[in-house]
Design a protein around this ligand. Structure first.
Ligand SMILES: C[S@@+](CC[C@H](N)C(=O)[O-])C[C@H]1O[C@@H](n2cnc3c(N)ncnc32)[C@H](O)[C@@H]1O
Length: 234
């Protein structure tokens, strides 16, 4: 092979992979800036991950209370949607035990890498990291008892396909636990687009085939609302 033909082959290979990447991007619907009257928040960048495991988080958010309210039991199949570096994934993995499973879904590989490192230190082997896309969390169908969404739903820039995918991945009696900073409370020190009101949450989730089945109002900063999928009409 001459130097020229080698260069040509490399150029063709590079061009082919660029085209494939563009085609892949084109398959996704364009990101939204607003949904049902709400401004969608920017994705929290992985360099902000230390904030998720800050020492003051327990005091500010009463995370232990949330974990108790989630009532995770041995053998359960749980998804930690938008897991970040695994602040909730790790204790839930301990609660569901060796025969249970936690699917940690992220769109940033760096977050999954930090989570894997933290899980390794604790010797946890029942966590499966999944690199999803903004429209597809790549979860198994009809398999999950619980999907936990802590401070992530307001970042979905294509909420409808994500809600449809979560709907499909739950067992018939499975639930989503949605945790969002309270927009109704001006004392919650979080940027407005990272907060949601109950009214807005209900508007968006009911329109996408979920019904509210339980609420917990005992956290200092956040709403906790459990949603069950309404079976699809045949
Ligand atoms: C504010 S962090 C919360 C992390 C974690 N839930 C916690 O409470 O520690 C939100 C995370 O959701 C992820 N995220 C945003 N959109 C997502 C999507 N469509 N699918 C999966 N993860 C997503 C972001 O990459 C980010 O790591």
């Amino acid at each position: 092979m001459t130097v020229f033909s080698l260069r040509l082959s490399i150029a063709v290979l590079i061009l082919a992979s660029v085209v494939r990447a563009e085609e892949k991007a084109a398959e996704l619907p364009p990101p939204l800036t607003h949904y049902m009257g709400r401004k969608i928040a920017q994705t929290m960048h992985f360099t902000g991950a230390p904030w998720l495991v800050r020492e003051s988080r327990e005091r500010e958010e009463e995370c232990t209370t949330l974990l108790q309210e989630l009532k995770c039991k041995p053998d359960m199949k749980v998804c930690d949607m938008g897991s970040g570096n695994g602040f909730y994934t790790l204790p839930i993995a301990e609660q569901v035990g060796e025969k249970g499973r936690v699917y940690a879904v992220e769109i940033q590989q760096e977050m999954l890498d930090m989570l894997a490192q933290r899980a390794g230190v604790k010797g946890l082997k029942n966590i499966e990291g999944i690199l999803g896309t903004p429209v597809d969390p790549k979860l198994p169908a009809g398999a999950l008892d619980l999907i936990l969404c802590v401070d992530v739903y307001h970042e979905f820039d294509r909420p409808e396909p994500m809600l449809a995918a979560m709907h499909k991945s739950l067992k018939p009696d499975g639930v989503v636990a949605l945790v969002e900073f309270r927009e109704e409370d001006p004392k919650v020190p979080i940027k407005p687009e990272h907060k949601m009101s109950k009214k807005q949450i209900l508007k968006e989730w009911e329109a996408n085939g979920f019904k509210l089945v339980r609420e917990f109002d005992g956290l200092p900063w956040q709403h906790v609302m459990w949603f069950q999928p309404v079976p699809k009409q045949k």
